[in-house]
Design a protein around this ligand. Structure first.
Ligand code: RIB
Ligand code: CA
Length: 309
């Protein structure tokens, strides 16, 4: 399986990279960094450091968009820390980003291997929207796209109705959802129900080795934030779940199809992911996406822990 990851590391992005890196059958052919949890120079530097930590120092990292297509950027230091990794200092990266932008790297790699590359997008979708502008055939050149983002039948997180990755660039997300990808959406509907429990976090602390120890330290900061939301010590594993849906599709036990639109003009709802849930035949002016609604939670948590052993 050949995978391109577009991400804004970011603590849960880090665990998603660990999940992929631990699987010998997964070839990470490239990583695009995007603004979101932090500025793009920080997320790109974190991507280099994390790939070295997780044993994939050979993977090319490309710097992507520093801001959304239209609106000004807003970053999330309170969730992921000022350095994007909960204040945990990893060694300076030995490598450097490639000269291409993230969109250019993605387009080149999928043109070289049409129909063979899967894409995991776990940050704002700006790089994918730019890549669509470079290569309108992208949805047919990419085999499968899994997006962490959106809130379809549940509340948002950065606003009452919008989830962070989509709200961080609604125009980009609308372009991606309209483009016709074979697209699985891993939204808050499932990620806020599939959490790293207190027991899971404590078991991780018993796993020896630098990867587990440092990842556990990232998660200490992240779990502090989410414990304030959940009221108990646990945290939503948004991006690792999206990685699992890509690599282990058998974990998905329920999903539904819907055309998906992004609200761009709503004063209260900008960035909302709008499904068409009517039982009637839906307007088919865009390819539906698959919204994941149930997964094998214990199996996922077990595989996520195994990826750090
Ligand atoms: O809303 C959660 C998403 O926003 C995750 O991808 C997290 O890393 C942030 O990017
Ligand atoms: Ca992310």
């Amino acid at each position: 399986m050949r995978v391109f990851v577009d991400c804004d590391p970011g603590i849960d992005d880090a665990v998603a990279l660990a999940y992929l890196a631990a699987r010998p059958e997964v070839e990470i052919i490239g990583v695009g960094a995007v603004f979101g949890n932090n500025s793009v120079d920080v997320t790109a530097d974190n991507a280099l450091r994390l790939l070295e930590l997780y044993g994939r120092a050979d993977v090319p990292v490309a710097v992507g968009a520093s801001r959304p297509l239209v609106q000004p950027p807003s970053l999330a230091a309170h969730v992921h820390g000022d350095n994007g990794l909960g204040g945990v200092e990893l060694p300076e990266p030995a490598g450097k980003p490639v000269a291409e932008t993230a969109a250019e790297l993605l387009v080149r790699l999928v043109r070289e291997s049409p129909g063979e590359v899967d894409v995991l997008a776990v940050g704002p979708l700006t790089n994918l929207a730019i890549a669509l502008g470079l290569e309108p055939e992208l949805p047919r050149l990419v085999r499968r796209l899994v997006v962490m983002g959106g809130a379809v039948r549940v509340a948002g997180n950065v606003s009452s109705h919008a989830e962070a990755n989509i709200r961080n660039d609604p125009e980009a997300a609308e372009a991606v959802f309209a483009a016709g990808f074979d697209l699985d959406l891993v939204a808050l509907d499932i990620t806020m129900k599939t959490v790293a429990t207190t027991e899971w976090l404590e078991e991780l602390k018993t796993v020896p080795g630098r990867r587990a120890e440092l990842t556990s330290s990232f998660l200490d900061f992240y779990a502090d934030f989410y414990s304030g939301i959940f009221g108990v010590r646990q945290c939503a594993m948004h991006d690792p779940l999206a990685a699992a849906v890509l690599v282990d599709p058998d974990l998905v036990t329920e999903s539904f199809q819907t055309p998906l639109r992004v609200e761009l003009a709503g004063s209260l709802t900008r960035g909302m992911t709008v499904a068409d849930l009517r039982p009637l035949p839906k307007a088919q002016d865009r390819r539906p996406v698959r919204v994941v609604t149930r997964v094998e939670e214990d199996a996922f948590l077990g595989r996520m822990l195994d990826s750090l052993r």
